[in-house]
Design a protein around this ligand. Structure first.
Ligand SMILES: Nc1nc2c(c(=O)[nH]1)N[C@H]1C(S)=C(S)[C@@H](COP(=O)(O)OP(=O)(O)OC[C@H]3O[C@@H](n4cnc5c(=O)[nH]c(N)nc54)[C@H](O)[C@@H]3O)O[C@H]1N2
Ligand SMILES: Nc1nc2c(c(=O)[nH]1)N[C@H]1C(S)=C(S)[C@@H](COP(=O)(O)OP(=O)(O)OC[C@H]3O[C@@H](n4cnc5c(=O)[nH]c(N)nc54)[C@H](O)[C@@H]3O)O[C@H]1N2
Ligand SMILES: [Mo]
Length: 767
């Protein structure tokens, strides 16, 4: 067995301090210094999330109504430092390095080189990217797109940072070109939430606003690590906790950011380094054990309805008062079927499948029963396994039992990732657009959009692999690294005749290229976007359906950059001709794009007026008003068959997650402060007994091998073992390093989301 390397004492033990707090302040300054962005980045921060400034490119958590001068978090600082870095990847850089050479660099090193400065075209003779003009790029791309046998051979990928305006012209380009091949990062992210919510409540978005957090009695935080991924959410949770609200975290892993927190704007707490606790209760189910846990809680609720129950606060809830019967009667369908199914499920099965005891599930239900109103929040811990959609529907069911949708302080809160991923969907970035939306496009723009559904992420990879899709164009993101089954996906991308990336920084997707390839460098959200002689603003929609403007304030990283809107319109005009649609007008006046959006999507009427002067507006959510827009016309109590999950003996369920020092595939550094890791990313967190069963000691080197129906064994080598507070049989490691292990065919039912939170693996000592 490999001996632990004495120099690699990267595991520092659990983080001793509270989340955020002084450590976060120090690390924020350090990050800006590291990126040599102290001045520009510092200036940028004062404009971030402020009226008249720009929206943080970090997460999609909304801004509070009363903003402080510093409306950002440590990880927002990192996102902005990465964008405002003074390092540059210019023509000289590409002259020095062949693409084959860059193929050996890891993603961290590529991205660390800084901001891209010129449009680049791949030259096969020298195996190098060479500068080209924007016109050459647009014409070259257009020629290849026009040469495809059918428009469906092209794939238009979107990452969730694109603004509403860029997203709108992007989908317009794809559809007037003739395809609905519009996969997006959402397919790997909250797609399961969208599918579940659409079926259950007739709308694919969350039903709460920030105000509800100020009123609620109970918040469930399921499969989410807000201390790292939505740090500004912690302020809301802390306020709730101080008010006496019950906060129940449901997460296999004990996450620091959910246990204690210091608000960076609380001087006393900062001075004394005193944290407030966040979660009042912490349940640690098995990975993918949530469905059973939720059924356990509902079983206890149904029993309380039948027999009454003593609540955790000592009071008695008499029989007949656990359910909101008036609500269930008027607004829902399927309650009896669910009750029967849940009642018939033995506690032993629920305990075995969830990893929680009957007592723990009853107690969690007791807290739910004593709350007048409750909010359920969730993120990737629920969306990325085979039964994700069904599981999210059980969250909805639990809320419906007590009428916790459409009343103050109550509702559903899928916490989105990318800062405009929700807005991109609203703008029509979707491979399965509704007929209403397409008919609207047709009416406003006088062309016939294709009705055939397009490829989502997994289908796009398979199509490129099979040679059915030949051109891949990406509006942001890092497709090669964010997607599953790295080796398979890289083959798929290399199969293409054309790959194009609209991007700010160099990443692996630019190196894994098609026969022709272009890198088109674009402005970041913090930068001034001068078009038509005026600074333009764009808009975004946050996790709670609030739309507001974002205006860049810094000088662009290079004078050769173009905005995303301009690049999309440039390609569209070169491909479809200037007569097709007013591409130049779009590119010169984003207000004009917004006028078109207002015509296509009714919720955006008077769009320009409603964002004037830094104002924001709420798109509304029918389910919030207890109006159900699904075919049933009622909230559907879904009771899919109970999914029994079994892992063969000797194997573990592996979840792949984010460290505190990364933004998806962008690795800022190799630490994970709250989990006590320093300077290493190839680690696997395991239960100490799972380690001893395998004869493993802390820091031993192991290989991870995943198993799938296709018979292939996929392998990720040389990970270090770290003992952690995680249930037996479960393990965790970071993505993107572990994406080699996620089989392309392993997806969630109905949403087709890769199962990156549930991979069956064997852990074996490295040779
Ligand atoms: N700083 C920073 N901010 C980010 C991002 C980033 O990379 N860095 N990414 C952005 C994006 S795109 C997104 S989608 C969000 C992601 O935000 P999160 O969803 O918080 O991100 P993950 O790291 O994937 O963490 C998932 C959490 O789910 C838990 N979990 C895993 N499996 C299960 C399970 O079966 N059941 C339960 N109950 N829990 C489980 C894990 O222990 C972990 O705490 O963050 C956004 N914000
Ligand atoms: N194993 C595993 N895989 C996962 C996940 C997981 O939890 N586990 N999570 C999934 C999730 S939730 C998501 S959302 C996806 C993320 O998938 P993507 O959105 O494709 O990936 P990112 O890493 O966010 O993209 C980073 C790149 O975006 C570019 N970029 C940054 N800012 C801008 C900008 O302003 N404009 C443009 N045009 N480009 C910009 C930079 O080049 C940067 O390298 O990954 C998914 N993959
Ligand atoms: Mo995401």
């Amino acid at each position: 067995m490999a001996k632990p390397d004495s120099s690699s004492s990267f595991f520092k033990g659990p983080y001793p301090e509270a989340a955020a707090g002084r450590g976060a302040l120090w690390h924020s300054a350090e990050t800006l210094l590291h990126e040599k962005a102290l001045l520009t980045g510092g200036q940028a921060l004062l404009k971030m999330n402020q009226a008249g400034g720009f929206d943080c490119p970090g997460c999609a958590w909304p801004e509070p109504e009363h903003r402080s001068t510093f409306e950002f978090c440590e990880n927002g600082v990192k996102a902005i430092a990465a964008e405002t870095t003074t390092k540059r990847v210019d023509a000289e850089f590409f002259a020095e390095h062949t693409v084959s050479e860059l193929n050996d660099w890891d993603g961290y090193r590529l991205e660390q080189q800084g901001r891209l400065t010129h449009p680049m075209r791949y030259d096969a003779a020298t195996d190098k990217y060479q500068t080209c003009t924007w016109e050459e790029a647009y014409l070259g791309i257009a020629r290849q797109l026009k040469g495809l046998a059918t428009p469906d051979e092209a794939v238009f990928y979107t990452s969730g940072r694109a603004s509403n305006e860029a997203a709108f012209v992007w989908q317009l380009f794809a559809r007037s070109f003739g395809t609905n091949n519009l996969p997006d990062c959402s397919n790997m992210c909250h797609e399961s939430s969208g599918v579940a919510l659409n079926e259950s409540i007739g709308v694919g978005k969350g039903t709460v606003t920030l105000e509800d957090f100020g009123k609620t009695d109970l918040i469930l935080i399921i499969g989410q690590n807000p201390g790292t991924n939505h740090p500004r959410m912690l302020s809301e949770l802390q306020k709730a906790s101080k008010r006496g609200c019950t906060l129940i975290a449901i997460n296999p892993l004990k996450e620091k950011g959910l246990t204690t927190f210091i608000h960076p704007q609380d001087p006393l707490a900062m001075a004394f380094n005193r944290g407030t606790s966040i979660a009042t209760h912490y349940l640690q189910p098995l990975i993918a054990g949530d469905f059973a846990l939720l059924w356990g809680m509902m079983k206890a609720v149904f029993e309380a309805e039948a027999d009454g129950v003593t609540l955790p606060n000592g009071k008695t809830l008499p029989a007949g008062q656990a359910l909101d019967k008036a609500f269930l009667e008027k607004h829902t369908e399927g309650i009896e079927d669910l009750r029967r199914a849940v009642a018939g499920m033995p506690w032993e099965t629920l305990a075995g499948q969830s990893g929680m005891s009957e007592k723990e599930m009853r107690e969690a239900a007791g807290h739910y029963l004593q709350a007048e109103s409750a909010i359920a929040c969730w993120a990737m811990g629920l969306t990325q396994n085979k039964h994700a959609v069904a599981t999210i529907q059980q969250v909805v069911n639990l809320m419906l039992l007590r009428g916790n949708i459409g009343k103050p302080g109550a509702g559903l809160c899928p916490v989105r990732g990318h800062s405009n991923v929700q807005g991109d969907r609203t703008m029509g970035i979707y491979e399965k657009p509704s007929e209403d939306f397409l008919a609207s496009l047709e009416r406003v723009f006088q062309f016939t959009p294709p009705r055939r559904h397009g490829y989502d992420v997994v289908a796009a990879i398979e199509a490129m692999h099979a040679g059915k899709a030949k051109a891949f164009i990406a509006l942001g993101g890092n497709f090669a690294e964010a997607t599953p089954d790295t080796a398979y996906t890289e083959t798929a991308l290399r199969n293409c005749d054309l790959t194009v990336h609209i991007t700010t920084k160099l990443n692996r997707s630019h190196i894994v290229h098609g026969k022709s390839a272009y890198i088109l460098p674009t402005l970041g959200r913090s930068e001034i976007d001068m078009r038509g002689g005026r600074p333009q603003e764009v808009t975004v929609e946050d996790s709670m359906s609030l739309v507001h403007a974002s205006r860049g304030r810094l000088r662009p990283a290079s004078p050769h950059l173009q905005s995303e809107v301009a690049i999309v319109c440039g390609m569209a005009k070169a491909t479809l001709g200037h007569k097709s649609l007013p591409w130049s007008q779009f590119a010169h006046d984003y207000g004009y794009i917004r006028e078109q959006i207002a015509k296509v999507i009714p919720a955006f009427r008077n769009f320009n007026e409603r964002i004037a002067g830094g104002a924001s507006f709420y798109l509304g959510n029918p389910a919030r008003g207890r109006e159900w827009q699904n075919p049933e016309g009622k909230a559907l109590i879904a009771f899919p068959p109970f999914p029994e999950v079994h892992v063969p003996p000797g194997k573990l369920r592996l979840m792949t997650l984010r460290s505190h020092d990364q933004y998806n595939t962008t690795v800022y550094g190799k630490d994970d402060r709250y989990r006590g890791i320093k300077g290493e990313r190839r680690v696997i967190f395991m239960h100490v007994e799972d380690m001893s069963e395998r004869g493993l000691h802390p820091l031993d080197a192991v290989d991870l091998v995943s198993f799938w129906e296709d018979g292939l064994a996929r392998k990720a080598e040389r990970f270090r073992v770290v003992a952690y507070d995680i249930p037996r049989g479960c393990a965790a490691a970071y993505f993107p390093e572990t994406n080699v292990l996620v089989p392309i065919g392993s997806v969630a039912d109905k949403s087709n989301t890769p199962t990156s939170k549930f991979i069956v693996v064997e852990v074996i000592p490295s040779r």
